[in-house]
Design a binder for this molecule. Structure first.
Ligand SMILES: [Zn+2]
Ligand SMILES: [Zn+2]
Length: 181
């Protein structure tokens, strides 16, 4: 059985793609130790989900990412914000914090654990790029193949590529340029 906690044991597989896509310098992408104590007020007991936007604020206030840092929380649990039933992830647009939530990314079993694991890894990488894209100021893109397309279902995530379209890549390059200054 592949589950969210298992994949969290080692998420270093996302690093090479992030280095390539965002042109981060080697050794500047760091996997920090897990956050184990999350305050109760970030959890909606009635819905059994975390409140994503509250979680982002809490991460920002607690972990205090420095200027020039982008913080991506990879969370094993389910979450939502606003009127949505759930979210695959959320980020502060042009901000420093983002989160991805594994629960809705978990594939159905049945194709063998290896296939399930590689599909989950692929989805996590895509969601990580998408949410980090938001932290660089990118908004949703109408192109279904672009990584900044908003996934309404997990099929949307599976269809889109790990890349930005021509327009989004330009916005990203401008943003990374000013981010590095
Ligand atoms: Zn988005
Ligand atoms: Zn795009």
């Amino acid at each position: 059985m592949v589950n969210g906690n298992k994949i969290l044991e080692d998420i270093s597989f996302i690093i090479p793609t992030l280095l390539t896509v965002f042109k981060f310098e080697k050794d500047t992408v760091i996997i920090d130790k897990p956050v184990s104590e999350i305050p109760k007020h970030l959890f909606d007991g009635k819905r059994n989900q975390y409140l994503s936007d509250h979680l982002l604020s809490w991460l920002q206030q607690t972990l205090k990412p420095s200027n020039g840092t982008k913080l991506l929380a990879v969370c094993s649990f389910d979450a939502y914000f606003g009127n949505y039933n759930f979210c695959f992830g959320e980020a502060i647009i042009g901000g420093k914090v983002a989160a991805v939530y594994l629960q809705r990314l978990l594939p159905q079993d049945g194709n063998g654990d290896n296939k399930v694991l590689s599909l989950l890894q692929d989805r996590l990488i895509k969601e990580a790029i998408h949410e980090l894209g938001h932290t660089f100021g990118l908004r949703h893109c109408p192109l279904g193949s672009c990584i900044m397309y908003k996934s309404k279902t997990i099929l949307d995530t599976d269809i889109k590529r790990r890349e930005f379209c021509k327009i989004c890549i330009r916005t990203l390059a401008n943003s990374i340029g000013s981010h590095l200054k």
